[in-house]
Design a protein around this ligand. Sequence first.
Ligand SMILES: Cc1ncc(COP(=O)(O)O)c(C=O)c1O
Length: 380
Amino acid sequence: MPIDFNKIPSPSFVLDESLLKRNLEIIQGIAVESDVKIILALKGFAMHSVFPLINQYVSATTASSVHEARLGFEEFGEEVHAYAPAYLDSEFDQWMSYCSHMTFNSLNQYNRFIDKVLDSGKDIQCGIRINPAYAEVSTDLYNPCVPGSRLGVRADAFGETLPKGITGLHFHTLCESDSYALEKTLAVVEEKFGHLLKQCTWINFGGGHLMTSQGYNTEHLIEVLKKFKSKYPHLEVILEPGAAFAWQTGYLLSTVQDVFESDGIEAVILDISVAAHMPDCLEMPYTPRIRGIKEAKEGEKRTRLGGTSCLAGDYVGDYYFPKGIAIGDQLIFEDMMHYTMVKTNFFNGVKHPSIAVWRQDDTLDIVKTFAYEDFKNKLS
Ligand SMILES: Cc1ncc(COP(=O)(O)O)c(C=O)c1O
């Protein structure tokens, strides 16, 4: 049955459990068929109430902070991979207590911490993030290979042998990309780092593989992965997407609070804030899809959907409502699971959307509501 949005309080993020399951089946299918490990990047999706479901399909998480590492370790499973632009001295022991794999961003970081790992006697696989200086990403905000990038070590910084204690390489250069972008990236990685690959036991291809999206050629991805594996049979291959797990699995439900004319544009105030609840729309930027409604074309009446914070730019774009719009109408923002809940904030103290799951048996679970204390506790 489709979700009955009338049953859900506004505002809410709503995950459709059946859609998540569908993505998990695709991801597991690819991992099994190509004999690679695919793990969940918590930075993109960290809704821990559904970790037990995800855990039935994948066995590990990857963390970009010690808090994510702890969340993965305590709520998901003991295999936690880690990469951060810098590990803090004060947190390093904690990192080591949670992680099975730790990737360093620079040779400085490696030099600073490698002995600590080796002396710990813990079975932690250490890696280095490489920067192949090649990325098929058009938005600089998401391009780790821009000139002057702080992310990863360039090929010319390595000698002929891997630094002592390093067993793996990690690259992350894709963003909502297809398998063809991965294929081209691998060619560059092999050309620049091939001699080091021979000395590794694992390689992590990072995230950005949008393998659950419509039109993604999963057969081609499997082919690319199998070909790579046949060339380097000694390597364990790891992929760590975030967005692909939660891609098109849920919504942000909101309700119209006010409608009025402003210089020929119909201004609408919603009970959500773009800046606080879907900041990617402003950062990237992009105009989110709304169920049943299209962006306004030239000549059509423009209805500008704005948030409830006082930031002038807290709006998502101009849409066309053929039947008009009125106070109390529900709007359903599509595809609002990845990089939303993990990025929300309490700006202006605006009401924070609840988090809900529409279960596979068509029941509704409100898994989290937010109160004044959540806002207050973030401040001092
Ligand atoms: C190092 C690393 N791994 C994995 C990911 C997850 O990428 P995505 O959610 O686009 O699949 C990111 C995203 O920024 C990243 O920086």
